[in-house]
Design a protein around this ligand. Sequence first.
Ligand SMILES: [Zn+2]
Length: 322
Amino acid sequence: MASSSTRVSLLQLNNLSYNLRKISPFSFLRPSPIRRPMNVAASPSTPTHDSSPPLLSTKKADRWKPMCLYFTHGKCTKMDDIKHLEVFSHDCSATLEVNADELKRLRSQDFDYLLVVDLEGKVEILEFPVVLIDARTLEFVDYFHRFVRPSKMSEQRIGEYIEGKYGKLGVDGVWHDTAIPFDEVLGQFEVWMSNHRLWDRMHEGALHRSAFVTCGNWDLKTKVPQQCKTSSMKLPPYFMEWINLKDIYLNFYKRRAPGMMSMMNQLQIPLMGSHHLGIDDSKNIARVLQHMLADGALMQITARRSSGSLESVEFLFKNRIV
Ligand SMILES: [Zn+2]
C-alpha cells in the first residue's frame, strides 16, 4: 500500500511539473493555426500555387496538449481521470493529420512506409521514438516510444544525467518510471515492426518496402552502433541504410537547412511540443516529411552501410549536408 500510494503521488508530482510548463512562455511555442506558406514549394519541376489550404488539420492543433508519456509506454493508469485527460493528450495523431485537399502534388514513392526516428542521449541512448507515416497517403499510422536506461552508468550518474536532460522538460519522473535497457527496447521494437509487417523476425534482413528517416546521419550512422557496442549486441540488420531528410531537403528545395528547426522555419511549420524531447522532435520531423511529400519530394536512401565493413558508410547523394 505504502509503495503504491507513493507511486501515485510521484505520478501526480510529475504530471504537475509537466503541466507547469504550460504556463512558461519559454518552454515551448504554442502553435498558431498552421498555414501553408505562400511560396515555399520550391521544387523546380512543380509549379507553386498561392492559396493552398493548410496541410495539417488545424482543428486539433488548436487544442494542442503535451502527450501523456505513460500512455506512450502503454502504462497510463489515469484513463478514467477527467482532469488528467484534459491536461494530457492520449492521441499521438493529433498534430499529424493531413488535409486531403493538399495531396495533388504527391508523386509515387519507392517505399510504402517511412519510420521517422530521432534518438536522444549523447553518452548513451536515453530515448527511442519512432513515428510511422504512410508514404503514399501521408497519414500517421502508429508510433513506438521507449525511454532507454543506460547499461554502463552508475545509478548516481543516471540520476544526474536524467535530471540535466529531462528535468527541465518536467519528464524526469516518467523517465525513471518507464525506462528499460536498450536490448529490451529493440526486442519490443522488433515485435512492433513485425506486427506492422515492416520487418520479418523469422528471416531478419532489411525492412520491407519501408525506410528509416532521420534528421542528419548521427542517429543511425554513429549512435546506434555505439550503443550496440556498449550494450554488447550485434548491430541489427535493419539499421543498414536510411534517409537523411536534410539531404533530400537540400536536393529538392535547392537550399540548405542544417537542422530540424531551420527546415521548420523555412517551411513555416510551427514547432509543437518540447524541442529535444525525442517523441516531440520525431513528430515535428514527421511534419516536415509530410510537408515535403506533399510538395512532391521523392524519398530515397541517402546513406548505406557496407555489409563487408559495418564501419564504412556510403553516401549516395553528391550534394549533401556534411
Ligand atoms: Zn495518461
